[in-house]
Ligand binder design. Sequence first.
Ligand code: GLU
Length: 446
Amino acid sequence: MNVTNIMADLERKHPGENEYLQAVREVLESIEQTYNEHPEFEKAKIVERMVEPDRIFTFRVTWVDDRGEIQTNLGYRIQFNSAIGPYKGGIRFHKAVNPSMLKFLGFEQTFKNSLTTLPMGGAKGGSDFDPVGKSDGEIMRFCQAFMWELWNNIGPDTDIPAGDVGVGGREIGYMYGMYKKLAREYNTGVLTGKGMTWGGSLIRPEATGFGALYFVEHMLSRAGRSIEGATVAISGFGNVAWGAATKATELGAKVIAISGPDGVIYNPNGMTKEKIAFMLQLRASNRNIVAPFAERFPDTTFIPGKKAWSIKCDIALPCAFQNELNGEDAKELLAAGTWCVAEVSNMGCTPESIAEFQAAGILFAPGKAVNAGGVATSGLEMTQNAMHICWSAAEVDEKLHYIMRSIHEQCVKYGTQPDGYVNYVKGANIAGFMKVAQAMLEQGVV
Ligand code: GLU
C-alpha cells in the first residue's frame, strides 16, 4: 500500500471532505507497515475497498414547526462496512452534519465496533436538524419524519442505529414509535439506547463514559499510576460527559472542569451528586449552554469563551465533538503538567495535538478504543433483545468491564513500540483493521 497515492486518489474523488480524509489518513498511516507484511490484503485490494462506504442513503426530511411553518432538512444513513456483522452506529442531529462528517464517523465506527469483540459492522447517520431551542413537539415530529424515510433500510439483522450527539433516549423513543407503526412489528432490536421499559439495556446510558474510565484505569495501571486523587478536565456536559464525570468521581478523581460552547466551568472542589444530576438538567433544557451551572453552584466559576483545556489538570477527557482539542490546546495542557489524555469524543483531538502528546511521551488513547463501551453495550442490548431477556445492571457492567479490558489488551498487543511506549492510536487501528480485513478476504470480492 502506498498511503500517498491512496490519499491523493481519495482527495481527488472527495474534495473538501476534510474530516473523512483526516480519519482515513490516520488509519492508513497506522496500518501501513502491518498491511505490507500481508501480500494477500494487497492482492485483494482490501484498503481500497474499505475506505469507501458500502452505500449512502440521502433523503429529504420535511416537518412542521410550532408556528405551523414547513421546515426541510437533509437526512443520511451511511452503511459503511458489514464484513463482521450488520451495520451498526449512531445517529447525529447537529446543524453542521454533512456527508464528510458522517463518513468519518462511519469509517471510525467500523474499526471501533471490531475492537469491541462483538459482531457488528460500521454505520452512521444523521441530519443537519439543529435540536437547540426546539420544543419537545418539534423534536417528536422531526424524529417521526426522519424515521418515515429511514425505516425500510434498517432492521435488527440489517442496520441498527442508536444515539450520538443530539440524539438520546427521548429521540430514540420517538423514532422507535414511528418505526413500529410503519413496520407493523415489535422489532426492538432495530434500535439501541431504548427506554428501560421497552427493551433498553441497563447501563447503556452510562456505558460510553463508564467504559472510557475503565479504559483509563487500565492505561494508568499499566503505567504504574492511579486515578485516585487525580484532577480531571472534561469537555462537554451531555450524556457522555455525564457518564465520565460520574465514574471518575466514583473512582476517587476530582472533576475540576466541564464545558459547553459558551465557556468552561471551573469546579475546584470536584463533583457532588447534585452537580452531576444538574448536568442532566442542563442537557434536557436544550439550550446548549453550561453557564447556568455556576449560577446554581456558587463554589464554581464560569469562564466565558474558554475551553476545558485552559484548566490545569492531570487527565484531560475530550467528551464533546471532533477536533475539539488542537495543537495549541495540547501545548497548553502539556505546559500545565497533564500526563494522560483519553479521547472520549470521536476524533476529539486534531492530528497536531496527538503528535504533541506522543512526542512528549504522555499517555494518549484514541476515541475508537476509549469510547467503544457505548456501542459495545448497544451490542449487549441487541443480544438481550434477540434472546427476549433482560440482564441485571451488574451483569451488563461486568461484560462492559471485560470488553474494555480486552480492547486495552488489543491496543497494547499491536501498539507497543520497541522502547516500551504504547502507541494506542496505532494499536487500536491495527487491531480493529485486522479483524475486518480478514473477514473481507474470506468473503471474496463483494
Ligand atoms: N454513537 C455512539 C458511537 O459513536 C454509539 C453508537 C451505537 O451505540 O450504535 O459509538
